[in-house]
Design a protein around this ligand. Sequence first.
Ligand code: SF4
Length: 323
Amino acid sequence: MDPVLSIRDLSLDFETPPGPVHALRNVSLEVPRNHIVGIVGESGSGKSTVIAAAMRLLANNAVIRGGEVIFNGRDVLGMNQEELRALRGEEISMVFQDPMTSQIPVLTIGRQMTDIQYRRRNVSMAEKRNLAVEMMRRVGISDPEERLDQHPHQFSGGMRQRIAIAMALLMNPQLLIADEPTTALDVTMEAQIIHLLRELKESFEGSILFVSHNLGLIAELCDYVVVMYAGEVVEQGSVEDLFYRASHPYTQALLECDPARIEDATPALPTIPGDVPDLHIVPQGCVFAPRCPRAVARCREEPAQIATIGAGHRARCHLLGHE
Ligand code: SF4
């Protein structure tokens, strides 16, 4: 499949006073054109670091140790600042968890939406405003002509997130990255935003990289899923592969802990015992071994290799056949 974004063997450390944190190790994933890919994993799995690397929005202490990020055939890690400015917002744009952190409270929505179009030098202010009105309408904001003159605090949380999506789509990007975009919303708003993202993906013919810890949302929205654990991709495949044929013990454990899949009333929600390891020291064997109910002696001694389970379905575990 023709990928719009391809991350290959990406390894990245964060330099810290006690030593480097090996945050990503040999991460590979692709976002096929006109598809939605979900990245799922616990806090500390590296999913947000992957999307920061895709846009080169990394903290100053990040050091790329190897690998590449290819967007539309171009090497993102080798781009200069001018190329990055053109990439961000125009070709790739992002929706964050809390729109209040990405919208400027003292400026009207209309002013912010015309500012976003600053690179459209041959387009008049009136046309930019018309484009903003049209985009507000497409994300379901009623009376957009009047509401453009309001400030972010005059909208509800769900409306603000719709506006954040409108802002992200204003420049017609080929890839929209959504980082936990519904976590701050109630379930009704959450369902509406998921429905909106699906609809927009069809009408804009773009791709979406959707990051979430919520397996239910991933199942509802995505075509493909990448499961991350402690800075590694442990399993990836189609949404059917992951939900009906999960092969890695970590994916299986995540599914067992998903409240939506628990049929009986239980006194306490199941959890995966233990914590994501401290990545100052990369474990010698499989990174999931200390928490894995199926670990054998070999798991603590040798890193697990990627095994192919089916077309496009791969997992990193000693118990599976290797590529
Ligand atoms: Fe568990 Fe071993 Fe597979 Fe790692 S390699 S997931 S420890 S069985």
